[in-house]
Design a protein around this ligand. Structure first.
Ligand SMILES: C[C@@]1(CC(=O)O)c2cc3[nH]c(cc4nc(cc5[nH]c(cc(n2)[C@H]1CCC(=O)O)[C@@](C)(CC(=O)O)[C@@H]5CCC(=O)O)C(CC(=O)O)=C4CCC(=O)O)c(CCC(=O)O)c3CC(=O)O
Ligand SMILES: NC(=O)C1=CN([C@@H]2O[C@H](COP(=O)(O)OP(=O)(O)OC[C@H]3O[C@@H](n4cnc5c(N)ncnc54)[C@H](O)[C@@H]3O)[C@@H](O)[C@H]2O)C=CC1
Length: 287
């Protein structure tokens, strides 16, 4: 089929509205990052860098912001600290040795100099005090285990970004981490039963996972951490014609009403399996 034939009518494509950032989840594990500055902003940068598994070289004179001093003791292997001012082009520490450079100093001209040094070497740079010189911005973030959300306002309203982030936190289901863990394990086992990359099988795997996620509410997907339930949906669903099986098909959840009314008791009583089984007089066959 030719490209023209396959393409839907142009009005179905969203228009391109330039001026956005590219939001990506950058992998920094064991990569070396240069952080210049030791104040409040640097302390926030350090936290996120350490959580991402980076090795951070800090250049900043004493005294450091207290949380940075604390991380030096708790994460000694992940941080190299040079207790002095960074001097720009004349400094023995060169940007070439890092995959990313961050400045968080109260010195605009030096920040710009570091920025140009990094640009010359095509190393991505964030300059906290000079937004136009940033290759990337930080944003307001939240993390629940594997779940991460970042809000960006294109440099215009960072505090609004933080306020929106707080609303997202309030709207998150309590057990979203469990749901992700459950779905992660289900995907892993599906891959074992149906290995391989791409092709028709890949399409079928993806269609089945999408169907499963659509059929199970976020509140219930944590139950996929049960091996017995995973086996059951794989046996009764995937193995039988790639059929999507919902919670009702496996006696999992009577209704959204029940979900609301008894949800809070679930953890105490050992999870939805116990509660749904008890209410419906059903033995669901897993714990
Ligand atoms: C461009 C960017 C570059 C970058 O830092 O990457 C940048 C730049 C600047 N911020 C400044 C000020 C403030 N920044 C915050 C807060 C945050 N700023 C963050 C990101 C960003 N800030 C990037 C754009 C993000 C986006 O697009 O949304 C957050 C989201 C993430 C983080 O820093 O980790 C974090 C909230 C995190 C949280 O709460 O969790 C507050 C509020 C507060 O502190 O409570 C204020 C005071 C209020 C105000 O000024 O609005 C100034 C000084 C302005 C001046 O001198 O007047 C500059 C420089 C300038 O604008 O020139
Ligand atoms: N991106 C953001 O979220 C925000 C950015 N800013 C900007 O970030 C900059 C830093 O803010 P803060 O951390 O609050 O300032 P701060 O005054 O608390 O810290 C500045 C740090 O830079 C260090 N420093 C100064 N010259 C240095 C050099 N040559 N080499 C190494 N370290 C040096 C100081 O010793 C100090 O540790 C400010 O210029 C401000 O405009 C401010 C608030 C928020």
């Amino acid at each position: 089929m030719g490209i023209a034939e396959a393409a839907p009518p142009p009005e179905e494509y969203p228009p391109i509205v330039k001026g956005a950032s590219l939001l990506i989840a950058y992998q920094l594990k064991n990569r070396r990052v240069l952080l210049i500055g030791g104040g409040v902003v640097a302390s926030g940068r350090l936290f996120f860098l350490l959580e991402s598994g980076a090795h951070v070289t800090i250049v900043a004179p004493s005294p450091l912001e207290p949380s940075i001093a604390h991380r030096l003791t708790t994460n000694a292997d992940d941080i190299t600290w040079h207790d002095r001012d960074y001097t720009g082009r004349s400094d023995p520490i060169i940007v070439d040795d890092f995959v990313m450079v961050l400045t968080a100093i109260d010195n605009n001209p030096l920040s710009r100099e570091v920025c140009y040094m990094a640009r010359e070497k095509h190393i991505p740079v964030n300059v906290a005090d000079v937004p136009p010189e940033c290759d990337f911005y930080f944003g307001a973030q939240l993390r629940r285990g594997p779940l991460q959300v970042m809000v960006s306002t294109q440099g215009q309203g960072p505090k609004i970004g933080a306020m929106v982030r707080d609303r997202v936190i309030a709207a998150l289901p309590e057990n979203v981490e469990e749901a992700i863990a459950g779905v992660g394990e289900l995907r892993g086992e599906l891959r074992k039963r149906a290995p391989g990359v791409g092709g028709e099988l890949g399409q079928q795997r993806m269609a089945w996972m999408i169907g499963m996620c659509d059929s199970w509410s976020l509140d219930l997907m944590g139950d996929f951490r049960s091996e017995a339930l995973r086996n059951r949906v794989l046996e009764e669903g995937w193995e039988k014609g790639k059929k999507v099986v919902g919670p009702n098909d496996v006696g999992q959840c009577p209704s959204l009403w029940a979900e609301r009314v008894i949800g809070e008791y679930c953890s105490r009583l050992g999870g939805w399996a116990t509660v749904c089984g008890f209410l419906g007089g059903i033995t669901v066959g897993y714990s």
